[in-house]
Design a protein around this ligand. Structure first.
Ligand code: ADP
Ligand code: ZN
Length: 217
């Protein structure tokens, strides 16, 4: 499948994407994971974007498009992909549209994970992430803690609170989402690709809604 996952930070894009990859071998492409990996590795790109990311600002569209134009042409994308955290602005959505046309790739749909602001805030402040850049497994201190406190179940590295998960950075990310990313819902509705899903329930309920819509096409 070839999907875009839309939704505010904390809506569950990453969790849903990881579950979907297990269904048919589609790959998860998380721009946030790619960028955090670059910061952790201290690459030239990483140094350029470190402070933007820490404060919860977006990375410039042209940097993101360079990364994604390359990433979408890698062979593992042929089986399908789940775009998690991209596109995030109208210019990125427009650039993605022309890129996919050029590559002859057709999207199945854009899934919007809907969630109330209060639930989002609660999820983000209790979220923890594996500090290993190659793992980045997601946990929640209330609903999904690692088996051993502070240690990743998958790789044994420390599980931490992300730099951009301070109260200040979180509220800035939500503002940025409302201003820059929420307009994508209308964009994909116009494209006839939008599926709205209630993200307050279980991840399984989200998967079922996506599966039904894919089956109906
Ligand atoms: P979340 O969905 O929880 O906000 P992500 O891991 O998707 O977290 O993104 C973390 C940060 O990475 C963003 O706040 C932003 O700085 C940067 N980022 C990720 N994807 C994009 C993108 N498509 N465009 C611009 N910046 C991005
Ligand atoms: Zn890990």
């Amino acid at each position: 499948m070839k999907l875009i996952l839309l939704g505010a930070p904390g809506a569950g894009k990453g969790t849903v994407a990881k579950l979907l990859t297990e269904l048919d071998g589609s790959v998860q492409i998380s721009t946030g994971d790619i960028l955090r990996g670059a910061v952790a590795a201290g690459t030239k790109l990483g140094k350029q974007i470190e402070s933007l990311m820490k404060s919860g600002d977006l990375v410039p569209d042209d940097l993101i498009m360079d990364i994604m134009a390359q990433r979408l042409q890698e062979p593992d994308c042929e089986q399908g992909f789940l775009l998690d955290g991209f596109p995030r602005t109208i210019p990125q959505a427009e650039a993605l549209k022309s890129l996919l046309e050029k590559l002859g790739i057709e999207l199945d749909m854009a899934v919007n994970l809907n969630l109330e602001r209060e639930v989002i805030l609660d999820r983000l402040t209790t979220r923890r992430t594996c500090s290993n850049a190659d793992c980045q497994a997601i946990y929640n201190v209330k609903s999904n803690p690692p088996k051993q406190e502070g240690i990743c179940d998958k790789c044994g590295c420390p599980v931490i609170q992300r730099d951009d998960e301070t109260a200040e950075a979180i509220s800035h990310r939500l503002e940025t989402y409302n201003e820059k990313t929420a307009p994508l819902i209308g964009f994909y509705e116009n494209e006839g690709l939008l599926l709205n899903v209630d993200a307050a329930g279980s991840s399984e309920a989200v998967l079922t809604a996506i599966g039904e819509k894919l089956g109906a096409r």
